[in-house]
Write a protein that binds this ligand. Structure first.
Ligand code: FES
Ligand SMILES: [Fe+2]
Length: 401
């Protein structure tokens, strides 16, 4: 096969570079520019990274009620989140089994049936085909040669954790519990806490002109704090951040978290019965491949990284509190201040990640160097991605054990 004809074959010419990424940090180079700017590399990532294992795709709050339908796209693929009568969320490919129209165009809530706008075939909330109007001719809603009971929407394996919806497009990844176990164990003190989201004052969205990986790797590290976030660094300095590198995730731990966005607003209630670390501790973790998490004793946030081609990324930032009391008007100013604080911090990062993206067009850059002291979390993400690109996620998981 000619080089360049097969999107999967494309990255093979970068095997040497990918192997160098996955090597020891002292010798490693970062992922080459190709993986940040080239549509063929992005297609390869969609296949090797996003479609091969557990990937964050949305928030449980996107489908808030029984019967809620939430259409969304992930890596160019139309998907549909459905909250069933049992309050459980399922994810389906958002396409009608008849002639392939997108099944649901906009978020909505239905009582029982999901109806295709084209010829009105209907499906139950669990995806079974239930209605086929005129399928046997005008007025004939069934047909001897068509067994409707055998037809279902195409389902995507999914799981919910910490208010997030994860999908496994391959249908063959390890059990979700196994995927999430290292981080779930780390954060077990927060098991079962209520996650309270109060709407617009808990939501931020950023459209970034950069590759999705730059958003992830920038979040992993605290190295840039003094220069990119001088305000944040004044009360949460670099010296009080420590690297976290683990199986399937990396990031930073802060040991100087002081709740309270300002003296003039209420503090949020803490999650109950936390170990002493969380009194002044906080953790900021990139869970590979595409979700950024921040955990504090009084609030949690998650940033879903939605890749949209090699040079475009959407960040969906959602804040959650741990007590119903935060819904009260008394907390309105505090909620707004907290959202504004995170909005300004992430806006400071936008310039950095878009600057790195522009740098990826330079032939004078070949993946970059890592500081063995400051960049282990970034290198962990690069190495994880390189292994996924080289061998697929299933092999990656085994290699990490
Ligand atoms: S395409 Fe959906 S009913 Fe025909
Ligand atoms: Fe930052």
């Amino acid at each position: 096969m000619r080089k360049g004809r097969n999107p999967n074959g494309e990255y093979k010419i970068h095997r040497t570079a990918l192997n160098a990424v996955a090597g020891p940090i002292e010798e490693a180079r970062g992922l080459p520019n190709y993986f940040y700017v080239d549509p063929r590399a992005f297609a390869c990532e969609c296949k090797q990274v996003f479609a091969q294992g557990w990937t964050c795709a949305g928030f449980a709050k996107d489908a808030p009620h029984r019967g809620s339908l939430f259409p969304f796209e992930f890596a160019g693929m139309p998907l549909l989140m459905v909250r069933g009568d049992d309050n459980h969320i399922n994810v389906f490919h958002n396409v009608c089994r008849h002639r392939g129209r997108i099944l649901v165009d906009t978020p909505s809530t239905v009582k029982k049936a999901i109806a295709c706008p084209y010829h009105r075939w209907t499906y139950s909330l669990t995806g079974k085909l239930t209605g086929t109007p005129h399928i046997g001719g005008p007025g004939q809603h069934s047909c001897a040669d068509f067994e409707k009971n055998n037809v279902k929407l195409s389902k995507v394996r999914s799981a919910e954790w910490f208010g997030l919806i994860f999908i496994d497009l391959s249908n063959s990844a390890e059990d979700f519990d196994r995927y999430i176990a290292p981080l779930a164990e780390r954060w077990r003190a927060f098991n079962g806490v209520p996650l309270i989201h109060t709407g617009a004052d808990c939501t931020i969205e950023f459209a970034l002109d950069c590759n999705w990986k730059l958003a992830v790797e920038n979040y992993c590290e605290a190295y840039h704090l003094p220069w990119v976030h001088p305000g944040l660094n004044s009360y949460s300095p670099l010296e009080q951040h420590h690297n976290i590198v683990s199986q399937g995730y990396s990031g930073q731990q802060s040991t100087c978290y002081a709740p309270g966005v300002s003296d003039s607003v209420l503090n949020f209630p803490d999650a109950p019965n936390l170990p002493p670390f969380w009194e002044s501790g906080a953790e900021y973790i990139s869970l590979f491949p595409n979700v950024l998490l921040g955990l504090h004793r009084d609030h949690f946030f998650a940033v879903l990284i939605q890749p949209n081609g090699p040079g475009q990324t959407i960040e969906r930032f959602e804040i959650f509190y741990f007590d119903e009391a935060v819904r009260e008007d008394a907390y309105a100013a505090a909620r707004e201040s907290n959202r504004d604080l995170w909005q300004s911090v992430f806006a400071e990062d936008q310039d950095a990640v878009e600057g790195m993206q522009r740098g990826r067009h330079s032939p004078g850059f070949e993946g970059g160097l890592f500081s063995p002291a400051m960049d282990p979390p970034t290198h962990a993400f690069h190495a994880w991605t390189a292994r996924a690109l080289l061998n697929g996620r299933a092999v990656n998981n085994i290699a990490a054990e």
